[in-house]
Design a protein around this ligand. Structure first.
Ligand code: OKS
Ligand code: ZN
Length: 347
């Protein structure tokens, strides 16, 4: 399968994250993308690494301009505060929850970081904007490949994107590559695009971006937010609002869910997206549903990823896979290839 991958991903390389209140080495590392890259090459998939189109205009359609301005300038602002910050990671200090105001942007850097974050688990480094933006450019290149007649393509970018919402970062995500891809497919003339999120974690950012829209259907299978990150979105009663009512489907599953139950939920999502006549599919391909994932609790095995690819090929839609989470780094590339090979065997 034709794959798109920007080496710029490596410029996003923070060292530590807050994880359940402790400062620990990052789970989301450059080695992840390198593993995927190597596995794609070893399996004979064609990989494009340069010459991607500029996704800036599309970014303005899925993210707020003031958020994009903040993120693009964030590292320079952090350094302007103190040159010694080059060797430090910034963290948000205060979040505008509930009764606090979020219409104004404070001048203080850590407060602005809080305004545009929903957690303290999304470390920023010098090249975070460049890496995330390059991932969106790769996503646009993937969408254009579909317009050019490709049956499917894979965007192997990092950092991931599905927790990034209209004006916030979170969960290792800054810019929402899957949303950019869906928006690009809409602009190509697909009247309804489906985004199917199979990452272990609910794609709260993607849901938020499209919640009031009927032209992009969002469906997600994920760990039940009553115990699993991101905790504050992803329940079954979130069905969309206004024009978007009926175009959001959440299928939360308990931690420990085995493959058969997971595939039954996948059938529900597939049935809905077919009933809604989606003509193109974006798959937020998180591979942290793997039984060996260190931070997640579903039980999919390598062979299940092949079955997933084959099932999605059966939908018969132009399909763009976009890499999201997955932290069993040594297995990540083989799991990704299993999905793509399963798709190509069936398609
Ligand atoms: C750190 C964040 C904890 C979980 C992040 C999950 C990232 C992910 N406080 N999303 O799909 O894989
Ligand atoms: Zn995840």
């Amino acid at each position: 399968m034709l794959s798109f991958f920007s080496l710029t991903h490596a410029e996003h390389a923070p060292s530590h994250e807050f994880f359940r209140g402790q400062l620990v080495p990052c789970h989301e590392t450059p080695a992840r993308a390198e593993q995927v890259h190597q596995a794609l090459q070893a399996a004979g998939h064609r990989i494009e690494t340069t010459g991607f189109p500029d996704s800036r205009a599309l970014l303005g359609q899925v993210h707020a301009e003031r958020y994009l301005r903040f993120l693009q300038g964030a590292w320079a602002d952090w350094l302007a505060r103190d040159p010694a910050n080059a060797a430090r990671q910034p963290w948000p200090s205060t979040w505008p929850v509930r009764t606090l105001r979020s219409d104004l942007e404070p001048r203080e850097f850590s407060a602005r970081l809080g305004l545009y974050s929903f957690d303290n688990g999304t470390p920023l480094s010098a090249g975070s904007w460049a890496a995330a933006k390059a991932g969106c450019d790769a996503a646009l290149a993937g969408a254009q490949a579909l317009a050019g007649g490709a049956r499917a393509a894979f965007v192997a970018s990092r950092p991931p994107g599905h927790h990034a919402g209209p004006d916030f970062m979170g969960g290792y995500c800054f810019l929402n590559q899957a949303a950019v891809a869906a928006q690009a497919l809409r602009a190509q003339g697909h009247a309804r695009v489906a985004v199917l999120d199979v990452d272990y974690h609910h794609g709260n950012g993607t849901q938020a971006i499209f919640y009031a829209r009927s032209d992009v259907f969002f469906a997600s299978l994920h760990g039940d937010p009553s115990t699993e990150y991101p905790f504050f979105l992803g329940h079954a009663d979130e069905e969309g609002e206004g024009e978007g009512r009926g175009f959001n489907l959440n299928l939360p599953l308990p931690a420990g869910t085995p493959a058969e139950r997971w595939f039954a939920a996948l059938e529900q999502a597939c049935a809905r997206l077919q009933a809604l006549n989606a003509s193109a599919l974006v798959v937020s391909l998180g591979l942290d549903t793997f039984e060996g994932d260190p931070i997640s609790k579903f039980k999919l095995a390598r062979a299940d990823f092949g079955r997933l690819g084959a099932r999605l090929a059966g939908l018969g839609l132009p399909t763009l896979f976009v890499l999201e989470g997955g932290y069993a780094t040594a297995d990540l590339g083989l799991n990704a290839v299993a999905v793509l090979d399963g798709f190509e065997r069936e398609g």
